[in-house]
Design a protein around this ligand. Structure first.
Ligand SMILES: O=C(CO)COP(=O)(O)O
Ligand SMILES: O=C[C@H](O)COP(=O)(O)O
Ligand SMILES: [Zn+2]
Ligand SMILES: [Zn+2]
Length: 360
């Protein structure tokens, strides 16, 4: 069993200058696809489940499935992470079900759509950090609200995300505030807002610095060199997947995602966790459409789920190679949660700052 914490994995990634894609899963096929891809290139894994995934698959099913994946691939270090926890209780119940890492997304209120104020975010995130660290689990926080710098709109495409118009300030994480946030919450990883949004429709053109603000990543990393940064909404929505989807009978209007080159740039500036769901969704659905479109009489689910897994595995493998994750799994020696808890209690894992002021 090689279930490890997000903190251990991202510390390793920072030490060796690579990034780790965090893939969302909802079912067995997606779990198998991620692990097969990882095993084929010796990559450590972050599997994440959203609240929606927990409701869809059931916590017991998810927990046992991760346990099974870890048993099938004992040599692949595996982080089980809660994506976009909306409340302290959601994070606590995830840890109870064996998640080794949770995201407390206090940038939004518990409804998952109303932007929250800074004090609220600090309070709930700190409370989850205290609870999680007692048992050695890791915490990702979020500062700034995800949404489009092109339109100013928040994004609620998949049930989590701000509704309506947001100010430019809300859409970009303030680097000085990020420093204060990390000092006050002691999060292990920080999700930042810099123009990405969830789903397929991120940009109406190939993004430049005006709509994908990589300079914000650089400035936050300069102030917080020891903090692991997280890019949400980081599917690349590659043209070949859009074309495959449409060729199989889908209807997806032309769109742009986050170019892999921009993510690679981010990895040079402290980005360690890169969240990807949409690319896998498109790849699987294109494959399923392809099979069912060609074989109208087909009714064996394996006949379309197997190609869907193949398509998802290919996307995952490519990201492991592009982000430098490939080849790292066998270098990681799992640290048990009990040992992580001791390290937190001793202060050994407290945040590091570039300036002394923030640390005081
Ligand atoms: O950020 C994500 C999950 O938290 C997923 O982002 P995408 O929709 O770009 O895949
Ligand atoms: O946060 C966004 C992820 O893509 C998960 O989406 P979901 O809430 O529909 O499972
Ligand atoms: Zn969020
Ligand atoms: Zn996200």
């Amino acid at each position: 069993m090689a279930l490890i914490t997000l903190r251990q994995l991202l510390d390793h990634a920072a030490e060796h200058d690579y990034g780790v894609p965090a893939f969302n899963i909802n079912n067995m096929e997606q779990g198998l696809a991620v692990m097969e891809a990882a095993a084929s290139v010796d990559a450590p894994v972050i599997i994440q489940a959203s609240r929606g995934a927990r409701a869809y698959a059931n916590d017991v099913m998810l927990a046992k499935m991760i346990e099974a994946l870890a048993a099938i691939w004992p040599d692949i270090p595996l982080v089980m992470h809660l994506d976009h926890g909306n409340a302290e209780s959601t994070c606590a119940s995830a840890i109870r079900f064996g998640f080794t890492s949770v995201m407390m997304d206090g940038s939004l209120k518990a409804d998952g759509k109303t932007p929250a104020d800074y004090d609220y975010n600090v309070r709930v995130t700190r409370s989850v950090v205290d609870m999680a660290h007692w048992v050695g689990a890791s915490v990702e926080g979020e500062l700034g609200v995800l949404g489009s710098l092109e339109s100013g709109m928040g994004e609620k495409e998949d049930g989590h995300g701000a509704e309506g118009k947001l100010s430019h300030d809300q859409l970009l994480t303030d680097p000085a505030q990020a420093e204060d946030f990390v000092a006050r919450t002691k999060v292990d990883a920080l999700a930042i807002a810099m123009g990405t949004s969830h789903g397929a429709y991120k940009f109406s053109r190939k993004p430049d610095g005006a709509i994908l603000a990589m300079q914000v990543v650089e400035e936050i990393h300069r102030r917080l060199p020891g903090t692991h940064l997280v890019m949400h909404g980081s599917s690349s929505v590659p043209q070949d997947l859009q074309d495959a989807f449409n060729a199989a009978g889908g209807e997806m209007p032309q769109t742009w995602g986050v170019p892999v080159a921009e993510i690679q740039h981010g990895i040079k500036y402290g980005v360690r966790k890169i969240n990807i769901d949409t690319d896998n969704r498109i790849a699987m659905t294109a494959a399923i459409r392809g099979v069912l479109g060609k074989n109208k009489g087909e009714f064996d689910p394996r006949k379309y789920l197997k190609p869907a897994m193949d398509a998802m595995r290919a996307v995952c493998k490519q990201r492991y190679e592009e982000f430098g994750t490939a080849g790292q799994a066998s270098k990681i020696k799992p640290i048990p949660l009990s040992e992580m808890a001791k390290r937190y209690a001793s202060g050994a894992l407290d945040p590091q700052f570039a300036s002394k002021k923030a640390a005081e």
